[in-house]
Design a protein around this ligand. Structure first.
Ligand code: URP
Ligand code: ZN
Ligand code: ZN
Ligand code: ZN
Length: 474
C-alpha cells in the first residue's frame, strides 16, 4: 500500500485555514492531503473531528540541574510523556550553561539527559550565563551554525543574570550569526531590595513572592531589553510576559518599528496572585513562578494580546517541582521563606487543552489562531518550520485529533512526575483523543504508548522570522 496510515474524515486546521480531508502518511511524513485516498496499511477514522498539528512547546525546563537538595521532577522521559498526552509533539527545552562551564560541555550534558528517554522530538535552546570571550567568539557562533539557533538570557537570578554590557555582547552575536535571543525581563536589583524589606518585616510566606516582583520590575526590564536590542539592531523575544505594563512596552516598541517578539504562558491566563495564597498558608508555594501571575484585568490584557498578534508564541514554561517533597517546594523538608522556594510550575501537558478549551471553545480565539500560537509560530520562530508546526505535504506526521468533552481537571489525569497541577478544578471542554508522532500513536485518549528514545533531536535552521542580512555568517 502507498500509505502506512490514512487518517480519514479529518477537519484539518492550520494557521491559515480549516478544511476537510484525508491525511495520507508514509515513512513518518504527510505525503497526501485530499479526498478518496487509497486504503492505508492502517486506517484511523477521525469522524469529522478537528485535527491540528502537534503542539510545539518552545519553553519548557526538563532535567535542569538545580542547587541541592532541589531537583526538577520531570526528566526527558516523564516530561515528554506528559507533553505527548497533552498534544505536544515537539519540545524545545533548555541546555543551560553554568557559570564557569563551557557552552559545549553544557550541550553535551543535555544530549545525554535526553538520549534514550525522549518520547517526542526535541531541539535545544541554549542558556548563556557566562559570556566569556571563548563563548562569544567561538562556542556560540559554532553552535548556532550547528543548529542551536536560539538562546535565552536572564536579567535576574544570581546564578544566571547578565549585566547590560554582557547582554549587548551576546545580542551582537545573535545579530551577526542569525539567532533568536530570548530574554527573561525582570529587574534583579529591585527584586533583591524588595525581598530584603519583606524579610525584615517578617513577610516570608509564599504570597510575598508576588510582592517582591511587582509588575514595574518586569516593565522596567522589558523596556531596557528593548532598548538594548534597538542599540544592537537585532530582533529579540521577550519570554513569559505576564500583563499590561510589559505588553505596553512591547506595543510601544512595535509602534516605533522595532522587531520585538513576545511569548506568554497559561499561568497568565488561568492563575492570579491570589493563587499564591490570601493568607500565610504554604500551599501557595505551588504557584510560585516568575514573573508571578497578576490579576483578572491583566489576564484580559493577555487574552487581547493573543488575539491581536502582540504575542507570537504560547508556551508552557513547564518548570516542574513536586510540592510535598524535600527536593521540591519544601527544600530539605522545610516550609521555607519565599526567597528559597524553587521558582516554576508544571504545565507541559495542560498547555494545549487549556487554550483549546477556553480559547477556541470558549469563543475567545479562532481555531486557526490557536494553531498558529501553539504550533506554527513556535516552529517558525525557532527554525523548525515547515517540518514541524503545520499539516502539509512533506511535513512530519505529528497530529492531534481533538475530543470535545467536558470534565474537571485533576492531577490524576496527568502524566508528569509532579504531585499537583495549579489548574486542578479547571473545567475543560476538550482533550487530545489521539496524538500521533511521525505517524505513530503515542496517546490514544486513554493510554500512553511509550516510544522512549525514538524522539529525535532536531537541529534548527535560522529562524524564518529573522531578517536576512547580507554577510550573515549563518
Ligand atoms: O519561575 C519560572 N518561570 N521558572 C522557570 C525559569 C524561568 O525563568 O523561565
Ligand atoms: Zn524565565
Ligand atoms: Zn522558563
Ligand atoms: Zn491504546
Amino acid at each position: 500500500s502507498t500509505f502506512n496510515l490514512v487518517v480519514r474524515n479529518a477537519r484539518v486546521a492550520t494557521a491559515a485555514d480549516t478544511f476537510s480531508a484525508d491525511i495520507g502518511i508514509q515513512a513518518g511524513r504527510i505525503v497526501q492531503l485530499g479526498h478518496g485516498l487509497a486504503k492505508g496499511a492502517r486506517e484511523i477514522d477521525a469522524a469529522g473531528r478537528v485535527v491540528t498539528p502537534g503542539g510545539v512547546d518552545a519553553h519548557c525546563h526538563l532535567d535542569q540541574p538545580m542547587a541541592p537538595p532541589v531537583r526538577m521532577a520531570d526528566d526527558f522521559d516523564t516530561g515528554t510523556r506528559a507533553a505527548a498526552c497533552g498534544g505536544t509533539t515537539t519540545v524545545i527545552p533548555f541546555a543551560a550553561q553554568e557559570k564557569g562551564q563551557s557552552l559545549r560541555a553544557a550541550v553535551a550534558d543535555y544530549h545525554q539527559r535526553a538520549e534514550g528517554k525522549a518520547h517526542v522530538d526535541y531541539a535545544f535552546h541554549l542558556i548563556v550565563s557566562d559570556p566569556t570571550p571563548q563563548v562569544l567568539e567561538e562556542e556560540l557562533p559554532a553552535l548556532i551554525r550547528e543548529g542551536y539557533t536560539s538562546f535565552k538570557i536572564y536579567m535576574t537570578y544570581d546564578d544566571l543574570k547578565l549585566g547590560d554590557g554582557q547582554i549587548l555582547d551576546v545580542l551582537a552575536v545573535a545579530r551577526q550569526h542569525g539567532a533568536m535571543a530570548m530574554i527573561h525581563a525582570e529587574n534583579a536589583d529591585c527584586i533583591e531590595w524588595l525581598t530584603k524589606r519583606l524579610e525584615a518585616a517578617g513577610r516570608t510566606a509564599p504570597r510575598f513572592h508576588a510582592h517582591s516582583r511587582p509588575m514595574l520590575v518586569e516593565r522596567e526590564a522589558t523596556h531596557r531589553a528593548i532598548a538594548l536590542a534597538e542599540l544592537v539592531d537585532v530582533p529579540i523575544l521577550i519570554v513569559h510576559v505576564s500583563g499590561r505594563e510589559a505588553v505596553e512596552q512591547i506595543r510601544w516598541a512595535r509602534a516605533h518599528g522595532l522587531s520585538i517578539f513576545a511569548e506568554t504562558c497559561p499561568q497568565y491566563l488561568f492563575l492570579t496572585a491570589a493563587d499564591l495564597g490570601l493568607d500565610d498558608s504554604y500551599l501557595g508555594a505551588r504557584c510560585v513562578c516568575s514573573p508571578p501571575p497578576r490579576d483578572k484585568s491583566n489576564q484580559e490584557v493577555i487574552w487581547a494580546g493573543l488575539n491581536d498578534g502582540l504575542f507570537t508564541v504560547f508556551s508552557s514554561d513547564h518548570a516542574p517541582f513536586r510540592y510535598d517533597d524535600p527536593q521540591g517546594k519544601k527544600p530539605g523538608g522545610e516550609e521555607v521563606a519565599f526567597r528559597h522556594i524553587p521558582n516554576g510550575i508544571p504545565g507541559i501537558e495542560t498547555r494545549m487543552p487549556l487554550l483549546y478549551s477556553e480559547g477556541v471553545l470558549g469563543g475567545r480565539m479562532t481555531l486557526n489562531r490557536f494553531v498558529e500560537l501553539t504550533a506554527t509560530n513556535p516552529a517558525k520562530t525557532y527554525g523548525l518550520h515547515p517540518r514541524k508546526g503545520t499539516i502539509a505535504v512533506g511535513s512530519d506526521a505529528d497530529l492531534v485529533v481533538w475530543d470535545e468533552r467536558e470534565f474537571v481537571l485533576s492531577n490524576h489525569h496527568l502524566h508528569h512526575n509532579v504531585d499537583y497541577t495549579p489548574y486542578a478544578g479547571q473545567r475543560l471542554r476538550a482533550w487530545p483523543g489521539l496524538t500521533l508522532i511521525g505517524g505513530e500513536v503515542v496517546w490514544d485518549g486513554k493510554d500512553f504508548h511509550p516510544r522512549a528514545g525514538r524522539g529525535r533531536f532536531l537541529t534548527c535552521e535560522t529562524p524564518s522570522i529573522l531578517p536576512r542580512r547580507a554577510g550573515v555568517a549563518a
